[in-house]
Design a protein around this ligand. Structure first.
Ligand code: NAP
Ligand code: MG
Length: 401
């Protein structure tokens, strides 16, 4: 008998990951689970056809069903506009969903003993959370053409505040950044919510010794929300929250064993998430989850649609595309659904599928991207279908046991 479940939001996507999506469902999910999903086709063709309404509808469905799983999607650029004959350069679906859910993205590497992190001491995953609003990404910049005075001015119905920035004697450059308290509060709540669910310590870093007002505001908001809303729950869960300066955080991260969540400001997260994922080994082994401050979860792989592999597939070639991060997006969503509903068989299935994936890699069977990172002589580099088949065999054995 198949495992039954309450519905989750399923968002299909593009190119090679769209092919993987169907193969994963056929091989590893529908034979075992009465998959109950509300399906939204976020493939670029359908986004264009629906004038991107489908993305908004999917985001709203996540608010209703609380859990979603998403395939990688193309973010259109000029070249895609021509390739697909698009009506318009649609926004990144992830940006649309994030804006609708007010969410924060958490990226976590999947570890196996076959792939050694570049940092020898790392034994457990490091999850990185990036505040995805404001700062330098919404900055206003100006080139000062010569001598003159730059000022920061804030005008409101309560009057005007001014500060001199700099009195230039010659040409120079200027930048003004902003952030919003409601956005910082949302990211703080998402981080505390996620830490409680993961049962891992939360670190937050900024540079408030230098940026006393701006970064000081981030630090103060995190601390206030922690003290008033989460301190007790953290204590019960046996986890801690702590703030430290970004440069101290970097040093501690490298010296650590892993096993915690690192919350960052927008720019720090942009830079550090690429460093963390590379240092752990492979983008194809990185999962990503969007968490709203209300506790809605949307799971996906951190990588894109793997266009280069898709071009080969279109020409009839077999590819060795790594499905692990996409499978873990599904298991993340199914486990979450299971936890919310007390559906233990569903959670156990998610667990068994993850174990089957890891056991397959531990046995030396893997896709080419991983085989290239693994020095062991017993490694077998498989194509995608062979690899999924090996996972299926182990999953069946695991479910019987
Ligand atoms: P990508 O799809 O992540 O792929 C970049 C390269 O990384 C691939 O060519 C491949 O290297 C390797 N790779 C990534 N995932 C892999 C996997 N699962 N298995 C094996 N190798 C993997 O990034 P991109 O080529 O820059 O972007 C392609 C499209 O994805 C773009 O249209 C972009 O808009 C979209 N994108 C979407 C998301 C999202 O939906 N979250 C995120 C990023 C990008 P080799 O070719 O060397 O094998
Ligand atoms: Mg980056």
């Amino acid at each position: 008998m198949k495992i039954t479940m309450n519905p989750i939001v399923e968002m299909d996507g593009d190119e090679m990951t769209r092919i993987l999506w169907q193969e994963i469902k056929d091989t590893l999910l529908t034979p075992f689970v009465e998959l109950n999903t509300e399906y939204y086709d976020l493939g670029l063709v359908n986004r264009d056809r629906t004038e991107d309404q489908v993305t908004l509808e999917a985001a709203r469905a996540i608010k209703r069903l609380q859990v979603g799983v998403k395939c990688a999607t193309i973010t259109p650029n000029a070249q895609r506009m021509e390739e697909y004959g698009l009506k318009q350069l649609w926004k990144s679906p992830n940006a649309t969903i994030r804006a609708e859910l007010d969410g924060t993205v958490f990226r976590t590497p999947i570890l196996t003993s076959r792939i050694q992190p570049y940092v020898r001491g790392w034994k457990k995953p490091i999850t990185i959370a990036r505040h995805a609003y404001g700062d330098v990404y919404k900055a206003v910049e100006l080139h000062a053409s010569g001598a003159g005075t730059a000022e920061l001015v804030f005008r409101s119905d309560r009057g005007e505040e001014r500060k001199e920035i700099y009195a230039f004697k010659g040409p120079g450059v200027l930048q003004a950044m902003h952030n919003r308290e409601d956005s910082i509060e949302a990211v703080a709540r998402s981080c505390f919510t996620y830490a409680l669910q993961a049962k891992e310590d939360l670190w937050f870093s900024a540079k408030d010794t230098i940026s006393k007002v701006y970064d000081g505001c981030f630090r103060e908001i995190f601390q206030r929300i922690f003290d008033t809303e989460y301190a007790e729950a953290f204590k019960k869960a046996g986890i801690t929250y702590f703030y430290t300066l970004i440069d101290d955080a970097v040093a501690r991260v490298i010296r650590s064993e892993g096993g915690f969540i690192w919350a960052t400001k927008n720019y720090d997260g942009d830079v550090m998430s690429d460093m963390i994922s590379t240092a752990f080994g492979s983008l194809a082994m990185m999962t990503s989850v969007l968490v709203s401050p209300h506790g809605y979860y949307e799971y996906e792989a951190a990588h894109g649609t793997v266009t280069r592999h898709y071009r080969k597939w279109q020409q009839g070639e077999k590819t060795s595309t790594n499905p692990i991060a996409t499978i873990f997006a599904w298991t993340g969503a199914l486990r979450r659904r299971g936890e919310l509903d007390g559906n233990n068989p569903l959670s156990a299935f998610a667990e068994a599928l993850e174990k089957a994936c890891l056991d397959t890699i531990e046995a030396g069977a893997m896709t080419k991207d991983l085989a290239a990172l693994c020095k062991d002589s017993d490694v077998r580099a498989l194509d995608t279908e062979e690899f999924l088949g090996e996972i299926r065999t182990r999953l069946e054995a695991g479910l019987k046991a």
